[in-house]
Design a binder for this molecule. Structure first.
Ligand code: CO
Length: 291
């Protein structure tokens, strides 16, 4: 019989590091916060980048991300507020709205634009980059795109709500996005004041929490309680479960995990390959209009 927390086969994940994002500008002048992909956290295999954006000042976002290429990985856009229109050189076009997800596999190459579909009001969300293994970096580009109403919401006791974008929860709720190469888990969790959220995770996957609204507490490696605040990213130790408790108001956070690839990473701008030569080739192919 397995006693919670007492056996070698059960290990609660702890907070190993708390990362603060860094102000950055990207695209044609979009103000954002770079959380993964900056000196404090260059990557968390298989996650290459996490940008958070939240502004009700159109000057911060109106310029958007005009046509630009990607090769070798996936870009994952999740919106909490506002609308973004994307368009690419393969004829795909669509609008992501609040609660919507776009999981784009850039594969061997795509040129796309990502522009705000609004002139004012709040734009809030995330872009996560997920690496692809060497033997799939040159796959054909593909999309998995779902509006908010296609993303299942698991309602738990205590008023806890779990939106499952990809992966399967311990209670069997399955997200619509599928990616067997990195087996990602992407949850958007709301926990009412004082309630505790626990979930099992694949023990060997890398995982982080990103706090949208805090505070929320968990344990650190010294066995102490640590409070995570709004916009904190907590890198978690390995283990097969997480436990997070909300403070005096509702907590809202992302839980993201994935299978580390353990491969060499060569990256420059919008290209992420395994070697410098492959990155050079990407620049060359893009210049020659081969995307
Ligand atoms: Co892009």
């Amino acid at each position: 019989m397995k006693m919670p927390g007492s056996g070698d086969d059960s290990a609660m994940r702890r907070v190993s590091r708390i990362i603060k994002g860094m102000a950055a500008t990207d695209g044609a002048g979009v103000e954002l916060t770079r959380v993964i992909g900056q000196p404090a956290l260059p990557m968390l295999d298989p996650f290459l980048l996490l940008d958070a954006f939240r502004s009700d000042n159109p000057e911060d976002y109106i310029a958007g991300f005009p046509a630009h290429p990607h090769r070798g990985f996936e870009t994952v856009t999740y919106l909490l507020a506002g609308r973004m229109r994307h368009q690419d050189n393969a004829g795909h076009e669509g609008v992501i709205g609040p609660g919507g997800i776009q999981w784009m596999t850039a594969g061997n190459g795509i040129v796309h634009s990502e522009m705000p579909e609004q002139e004012d009001g709040m734009l809030e969300g995330f872009q996560l980059w997920v690496n692809l293994p060497a033997d799939h970096k040159m796959d054909t580009a593909a999309y998995q795109e779902y509006p908010a109403e296609s993303i299942p919401v698991e309602a738990r006791e205590g008023g806890i709500e779990v939106r499952v974008i990809t992966g399967v929860t311990s209670r069997g709720t399955k997200g619509p996005v599928v990616q067997p190469l990195t087996e990602p888990l992407y949850l958007d969790v709301r926990v009412p004041a004082g309630e505790e959220f626990t979930e099992s995770l694949t023990a060997t996957h890398n995982a982080f929490i990103y706090v949208i609204q805090g505070p929320v507490n968990s344990g650190n490696e010294a066995g102490e309680i640590v409070w995570l605040k709004r916009d904190d990213l907590a890198v978690l130790t390995q283990g097969d479960a997480i436990s997070l408790q909300a403070g005096e108001k509702e907590a809202h956070f992302l839980v993201v995990a994935g299978k580390p690839l353990g491969e060499p990473v060569a990256r420059a701008g919008p290209f992420v390959m395994n070697t410098r030569d492959e990155v050079q080739q990407a620049f060359e192919d893009y210049r020659l209009g081969k995307f």
